[in-house]
Ligand binder design. Structure first.
Ligand code: AMP
Ligand code: ZN
Length: 115
């Protein structure tokens, strides 16, 4: 798969519809199309990075931007006030299906990830 075919790059470029809940010049956050909990948001960089395993020094600012915006996004969603899960599936054995690095921000009700 080339980055021209990447579904998350297309969402970032608004070529594919998504319910965007936060955006700035370097990242986009949108609702997961197949949520596993009441709140299930994906946070992606606008540039194509295949997975966590390809993150390098040059991606430092963008990774920082993704993480620093987690509490800013979470604060706006009442269901996340008491906490949430942040998950980064990585590679085939890590359950990654979309090969564009993303954070899953999950919460709001008990799910398979919660004990
Ligand atoms: P992962 O298994 O970590 O790669 O997660 C990929 C996630 O992307 C899954 O939870 C999918 O439901 C979600 N997903 C795939 N395509 C779309 C889309 N077009 N819009 C929103 N979420 C999507
Ligand atoms: Zn991409």
């Amino acid at each position: 798969m080339t980055k021209e075919e990447c579904i998350f790059c297309k969402i970032a470029k608004k070529e594919v519809d998504a319910t965007i809940i936060f955006e700035n010049e370097s990242i986009v956050a949108f609702k997961d199309i197949n949520p596993i909990a009441k709140v299930h948001i994906l946070i992606i960089p606008k540039i194509h990075i295949t997975s966590m395993n390809e993150v390098q020094e040059i991606h430092g600012n963008i990774m920082k931007e993704m993480l620093l915006n987690v509490p800013i996004i979470a604060r706006e969603i009442s269901e996340l006030n008491e906490g949430y899960r942040l998950i980064v599936n990585t590679g085939k054995r890590g359950g990654q299906e979309v090969m564009h690095v993303h954070l899953h921000l999950i919460g709001g009700q008990r799910s398979i990830f919660q004990s």
